[in-house]
Ligand binder design. Structure first.
Ligand SMILES: Cc1cc2nc3c(=O)[nH]c(=O)nc-3n(C[C@H](O)[C@H](O)[C@H](O)COP(=O)(O)OP(=O)(O)OC[C@H]3O[C@@H](n4cnc5c(N)ncnc54)[C@H](O)[C@@H]3O)c2cc1C
Length: 459
């Protein structure tokens, strides 16, 4: 079944133009903005997962440390409150990317990733954070013959079409895998709000609506300058993700890429029964332009991904937050995947920016003689990895080498993107080539050259 364009549009056009996660009861009121000059031992810029984990773990490491977290908007207002809530153990944007780039280190990265996910689970438990944490794992599904050919049908986690459809019934499924331990699903806003509350209970000060405009060196630290006052800090953690970096040296290392999501109304018991999904796994399909989807606590389906939109000049503007053509494509693909759900409507639609880098997973570093450290470049898989990133940032600021800071993955930075117009031209050609590869199953010369140099564009 394919709904006509009008019926598709009707399924999403009345949806609220807000992230579902941020549009629910329990959102804390905004904390007051910075009010005049102050000092801090550690100032953290950015109140998404990276900044929040940095704040909480700084206090867990040293309860006496004076920590101030500054966000230019709202806590979890950016990617952290807008994502799919797939909390993956992967630190490398998937196994194949990790194995290709760090073959000698991959097993260690895999172990560290699983430990990181276990520790996220333990933190949720320890602080009683009500974020719907469910470690149901993730199904990867092939919906095209050439995608199926990439799977190892003899692997223990492989499911053929019949076994897969017994889990979740879509006529588009040809086969796939079920990784049972590597992913948990969470409500990202509730996790972030819970981390912020735990950090505040440990003594962290949080200010919102306070954009940091620049960082300058002082005799024994860093001045964190805002229009509402200056914070003189001994150390600074930068957790600003896809936004304009405050360090000139990072200007070309990431590009902001928009990713869009539709959320359905809650499914009725009959609708749910029509698709199965009783094990509630997260699901991702296998194309270059992939969808990710999952159930919420009240049995809605979050359906996101597919398009990854870059705007010339690394622009992040409010008018980019919605994109009708993408919503229409998402709705079309949703009803193709689940024709049983014809008549269902979407209640929310939204977009958010991810920080794509050329190696598709976070990179780290220091500046100002080790007084500033940063973690960025998660490329769409930062919900779990941001806690690892926060640990690296604290390790780097501490100055003593650790298992994490000795990793090649942590010590080396990715190649930057070129300046405009070359970034835009390169990304446009790559996006076109990736779409074509999805249709044909073949990577053209352009993609093969990028593969050869370990470069690319992903979401
Ligand atoms: C639609 C979408 C779906 C996604 N789905 C998933 C998923 O299912 N699983 C997954 O692992 N990842 C997913 N991601 C990626 C994931 O959300 C991010 O990697 C993660 O939230 C990054 O957290 P962060 O703290 O680094 O960045 P952010 O959440 O972007 O936070 C950065 C903060 O810094 C603040 N800031 C920036 N500049 C300044 C400044 N100059 N002064 C003060 N404050 C500043 C911003 O206001 C913002 O609050 C998704 C992302 C999007 C957009």
């Amino acid at each position: 079944m394919t709904l006509d364009d009008r019926a598709l549009r009707a399924s999403w056009s009345a949806a609220r133009p807000d992230p579902f996660w941020l549009d629910q009861a329990g959102r804390p009121d905004a904390r007051p903005a910075l009010d005049g000059d102050t000092t801090a031992e550690l100032a953290i810029v950015g109140g998404g997962f990276t900044g929040l984990w940095t704040a909480l773990m700084a206090k867990e490491r040293d309860p006496e440390r004076d920590v101030l977290l500054i966000d230019g908007g709202r806590i979890a207002g950016a990617a952290t409150g807008r994502n799919g809530g797939f909390c993956s153990a992967s630190l490398t944007h998937g196994e194949s990317n990790g194995r290709e780039r760090w073959p000698d280190e991959y097993e260690q990265l895999h172990r560290l990733g699983l430990e990181n996910l276990d520790e996220i689970a333990a933190t949720v438990e320890r602080y009683g954070i009500d974020c719907g944490f469910e470690r149901t794992g993730e199904l990867s599904v092939a919906t095209r013959t050439h995608e199926l050919a990439e799977y190892d049908a003899s692997a223990p986690d492989f499911l053929d079409a019949r076994a897969l459809r017994a889990e979740v019934d879509s006529p588009t499924y040809l086969g796939g895998t079920w990784d049972r331990t590597g992913t948990a699903l969470i409500d990202p806003a509730r996790l972030a709000w819970g981390l912020a509350a735990a950090a505040e209970a440990a003594g962290v000060r949080i200010v919102e609506h306070t954009p940091v405009t620049r960082l300058t060196r002082t005799t024994d630290g860093v001045a964190v300058v805002t229009d509402r006052g200056t914070v003189t800090a001994q150390r600074v953690a930068l957790a600003t993700n896809a936004f304009a970096p405050l360090l000139a040296g990072l200007r070309f290392h990431t590009v902001p890429v928009w990713d869009y999501v539709l959320m359905t109304e809650p499914l009725s018991p009959a609708q749910l029964e029509a698709i199965g999904w009783s094990n509630r796994q997260g699901i991702a399909d296998s194309g270059n332009q992939f969808h990710y989807y999952r159930l919420t606590a009240d049995n809605r389906i979050l359906w996101g991904g597919y398009d990854a939109i870059y705007h010339f000049g690394r622009r992040i503007k409010p008018e980019h937050e919605h994109r009708d053509a993408t919503y229409q494509a998402l709705a079309h693909n949703f009803f193709t995947t689940f024709p049983q759900l014809e008549g269902l409507h979407f209640s929310h639609r939204w977009g958010g920016v991810i920080d794509t880098c050329t190696r598709f997973c976070a990179f780290f570093g220091t500046s100002h003689r080790g007084r500033i450290a940063y973690a960025t470049g998660y490329t769409g898989l930062g919900v779990g990895a941001s806690r690892f990133g926060a640990n690296v940032v604290l390790d780097l600021l501490g100055g003593t080498p650790t298992e994490r800071t000795r990793l090649t993955m942590v010590r080396r930075r990715p190649l930057p993107f070129p300046p405009e117009p070359f970034a835009w031209i390169g990304i446009t050609i790559t996006t076109w080539a990736l779409k074509r590869a999805d249709r044909t199953g073949r990577r053209n010369l352009w993609l093969r050259v990028l593969d050869r140099f370990g470069l690319g564009f992903d979401s």
